[in-house]
Design a protein around this ligand. Sequence first.
Ligand SMILES: Nc1ncnc2c1ncn2[C@@H]1O[C@H](COP(=O)(O)OP(=O)(O)O)[C@@H](O)[C@H]1O
Ligand SMILES: [Mg+2]
Length: 358
Amino acid sequence: MNTNSLLEIQDLRVSFPLDEGTVQAVAGVNLAIQPGQVLGIVGESGCGKTVTAQSLLRIIPPPGRIDGGTILFRSSKQSGNGKDENIVDLAKLNPKSEMMRRIRGNEIAMIFQEPMSSFSPVHTVGSQIMEAILLHQDLSKQAARERAIEYMRLVGVPGAQDRMDDYPHQFSGGMRQRAMIAVALSCNPSLLVADEPTTALDVTIQAQILDLMRRLQQQFGMAVLFITHNLGVIAQIADHVAIMYLGQVVEQAPVREILRHPKHPYTMDLLRAVPRLGKTAGQRLVAIEGSIPSPLQRPMGCPFHPRCSKMIPGVCNTHVPQWVALNEIHSVRCVLYEPNAPTPNLEPANVRAASTLA
Ligand SMILES: Nc1ncnc2c1ncn2[C@@H]1O[C@H](COP(=O)(O)OP(=O)(O)O)[C@@H](O)[C@H]1O
Ligand SMILES: [Mg+2]
């Protein structure tokens, strides 16, 4: 693992064996995130963003399972004389183990698109924030209540003290989202995983929540894995971006680098589909040409080749592209950038297969 990284995912594979076949939800993901960095993951719906996030926390719903790869996480435990750091492979931990339970919620926290699903409807918002605090910190009930009010103020819930005793349904969508962020922050995580946290909100509220997250991220110095299908949101919040397609990261680089010098043909198409980034906050990705193949039938070779304008017959439909680091900050998975790219295998069968798919 790189000495600076907080998290490094290598060749992660996750599948769902179903009656109708096996869905390769994550098909060899590579990702790295540094402490205090905001990494945006962007890609069309169904490309494996959520399952990747669920893998880190080991909360993949059954029958999903990790088939291979590593998820190296720099775990740090407060001890008598400072911090004890050690590197844990989350992919190998038992999801129910003591260590995984400690990491989940304590070092890695998660917020979702739908906050209603992470709050119990029958308990007050305040009591649920207190519960999260008491789970991770050794405090009296009174102190936990005061801390909960503090967090509610921090995330901008007006009249925090009075609203402690409200139930989740009495909060607006934006306020519930804020309260969920308060729960996530209450354990002071080193990594916050945010899965489309603003997708269900209207544009004004979305902008407020993004501002809030950016501010808290800087204040707490935590890293954020921010998942979205909206490139406008990525441009607003992320330092780095990873572009996903059919269960793989196809490109990762700093946001500005990706916007100015995209390398992967898929990234180029995505950017073309968003003509002027500045004006598109809140706009969904415009569909690009061709449709996403069924997750049950992954194309051979590069999964993007059936839709790719730069497809090389006899290479892209047969050869699985490698993950290539172009330099320290920019990596891409496309044969166009492979130093030892194979020469086209133009046997008639390959060319025929490529032309029927294109
Ligand atoms: N619980 C599940 N059971 C079966 N298939 C699933 C399940 N969750 C996700 N998948 C499949 O895994 C793939 C990736 O899904 P997901 O990670 O939710 O995509 P995204 O978050 O990028 O929209 C999709 O093909 C989806 O159908
Ligand atoms: Mg999702």
